[in-house]
Design a protein around this ligand. Sequence first.
Ligand code: GDG
Length: 453
Amino acid sequence: MVTQTLRSADDCNCVAVPPDEEAYTLRRLDLSEEAIDAYYYGFSNRVLWPLCHGFPDLIENRPNDFEWYRRVNEQFAEAVSEHADENAIVWLQDYHLALAPRLIQGSIPDSTTVAHFWHIPWPIPETFRHCPAGGHLLEGLLGNDLLGFHVEGYADRFLDCVDRFLPTADVDRTRRTIRYDERTTRVVATPMGVDAEAYDSDARSTDRDRLTALFEEYGIPQGTTLGLGLDRLDYTKGIPERLAALERFFERNPGWRGEFTFVQKATPSRTEIGTYQQYGDLVRSEVQRINRRFGTADWRPIVYTEDVLPREDLCTLYRHADAMVVSSLVDGMNLVAQEYVAASVDGDGALLLSTRVGAHERLGSHALTIDPADVEGVAAQLEYALSMSAHERQRRLNTLRQRVFSGDIQSWMATQFDWINRVHDDAGSSDKSGRTRRRTDSESDSREPTPPV
Ligand code: GDG
């Protein structure tokens, strides 16, 4: 048993983490329940999440949510400015902090660099126009010196939105820079990877007995061919579409009944929001219906679980799944697809990958691509996956593995910091008053940092 001593926070709400190997200091912010409801479950996840994923009909524009979003962003910005001294680098993550960059820039030394990585897609202008306070969001994000997205398309759409909704901004599409309110923001596409080495070695150290035990625990017949889906229970992930394709697969292939089991691991998420509750209900009832239709006394076609899987079990399933299905309707990147590839150490897996995920740019040419809305097409690709020769599985996986390993999380971090250092250097030298002077666009050169290899 592993025991960890959890330290309590000090007077400034700081705590050193991780507990057993203190590597950095976490500064915690206290948020009231009202703030969490309005900021997190409100503007972040009832407005920005559906907006950025192209579901404007799901936006719930409740009174006060944006006001709380602004207040909490101010709280973060204040906390950051208390710690950001000369030449500091501030690196923000994700859509919960869109207003913070501009607020931070207003209260820190000019030599500080502010960078931000946006983990989800960016919408087209026709969708973005549905955003309450959209202009404030764009202005907030243009407080960054560097703004990163997973793929080029999201970066381009951000430029499109700025061009359309902030007419005084100067957008340079070639260099992907935006000049607004005397500040330049560089927009980049830097696809995120996974810790491929770690998934590889964790998968290698799994043992077959654990797979046998998992099959027993979940009532899966030993020796069955295994399909796998692993997602947060989120309407962007295309789980009902996947289930419909599985139903079609079993209709078309009676011979696979009893021989193929699909494990769907779903993690409940944002359950305070009605849309998520309804989505979870739909997924669970569809699983039951399909299982009633095809199941037998000793076999269920779909084994559905909401258990949190320990890493060892996750890697055991990744390693031994004969087919992994990623059928998101839209997904910023999708790390699960990359983790599956990294953990497929025997070279005998098959990845069915939606064309609508960021990971498709890197993996699409050697995965079995699917349009998640095309039930018949997904069922046909699953048939193909399960009948593919060992040689073809190996050939596809070899290339997928090369791509996942060469674009892993370490290379992503290196690229982030190449860019951060680049914009930091571009900020120029100090003027006579001792204040840092930012270099003008014409003084900057057009060097690009080395892309990940
Ligand atoms: C957002 C964007 C983007 C899941 N269940 C278990 C478990 N997981 C882990 C997976 C994976 C992670 O959760 C899910 O990551 P995804 O990338 O697939 O999806 P989101 O949560 O929607 O992430 C997405 C990402 O941010 C990064 O930028 O790729 O597009 O939506 O790591 O392994 N891990 C364990 N047990 C589980 O039961 N141990």
